[in-house]
Design a protein around this ligand. Structure first.
Ligand SMILES: [Zn+2]
Length: 301
């Protein structure tokens, strides 16, 4: 039997950089389309310049309300085009890849596991499909929240602009700003959920391996890059249970946000020590070096 399979790129432990960028770019593209729809709709409102800075709008309030209702539909169409794309295109593949990575790494360390859990049978097993269905539900809620967020924010921006008596150019500028704010939140959700899906896929499969009687825990791996948060870097090389890893994420709000870390499955001895202690030692040495370098960098600055 072989050793745990560590990430091929240590600076990208979850291996989701490219997928996360794809999800964020798709989100931005759709947000841009939503913003454009609201800006284009200004052509349907008749403005009368009172002076250089003050405008009246001559379209009836009822007509504006109808316009906003139509725009809400347009937003829903834009965000739901292609179905639940964030799930099918990004989060489900990330979860599946996480499951596959855990499966490959544990199988490499344990013959018993390798024989009991071939990947093909586990990906069609009812517990796995149930977990995917729950994840789909969560992404559905995320997307419903994002869709409602962009529609209500832009409707509010447009009506506020009309109430303030500013002209179409200024309203369009405000719509661009508002779109940007919602877009940043939406991109953050897309990125965070994708990384989270990879990690959760790995942790869930590790738990299932435990239920087969295999002694396996996880080692936390951080990117150890200049943008790695201190508490994430300090956890690099820490051996813990699946439960402890989940609790660490839950312990601090925002810890999951934009996290590039990944658990790595580690076979344990009966006393809880890792079977492949050398792998852990090397990982912990990398952490010590990183923390030391970071401290030196600070004292120089
Ligand atoms: Zn992290």
């Amino acid at each position: 039997m072989g050793k745990p399979i560590l990430p091929s790129d240590p600076a990208n432990p979850s291996g989701q950089d490219r997928r996360e960028r794809g999800a964020m770019n798709e989100m931005s593209k759709r947000m841009g389309e939503c913003g454009k729809a609201y800006k284009d709709s200004l052509d349907n409102i008749t403005f009368l310049a009172v002076n250089a800075k003050q405008y009246e709008f001559l379209t009836s309030p009822d007509a504006v309300a109808m316009l906003l209702a139509d725009l809400g539909q347009v937003v829903a169409q834009i965000m739901n085009r292609g179905g639940l794309w964030l799930f099918t295109g990004y989060i489900k593949p990330a979860y599946q890849q996480g499951t596959g990575k855990a499966n490959a790494s544990i199988a490499n360390q344990s013959k018993l596991y390798a024989e009991a859990r071939p990947l093909e049978t586990l990906l069609t097993s009812p517990p796995y499909l149930k977990r995917l269905a729950m994840l789909r539900g969560r992404v559905f809620n995320d997307m419903a929240g994002i869709t409602s967020d962009i529609a209500t924010t832009l409707a509010r921006t447009l009506t506020q602009g009309l109430a303030d008596g500013v002209g179409p150019l200024e309203i369009a500028r405000r719509i661009t700003d508002s779109t940007g704010i919602v877009e940043r939140r939406a991109r953050n959700i897309a990125r965070t959920e994708t990384g989270e899906a990879l990690r959760e896929g790995r942790l869930a499969e590790t738990e299932d391996a435990q239920s087969l009687g295999i002694l396996v825990g996880v080692m936390h791996l951080s990117a150890l890059s200049p943008t790695t948060r201190v508490d994430h870097a300090e956890r690099h090389g820490v051996i813990c249970t699946v439960q402890e890893e989940r609790e660490w994420y839950a312990a601090k709000p925002g810890r999951r946000n934009n996290c590039k870390c990944s658990p790595s499955e580690m076979l344990l001895n009966a006393d809880g020590t890792p079977v492949f202690g050398d792998v852990v030692e090397r990982t912990q040495a990398a952490r010590a070096k990183f923390v030391e370098t970071a401290r030196e960098g600070k004292s120089e600055a």
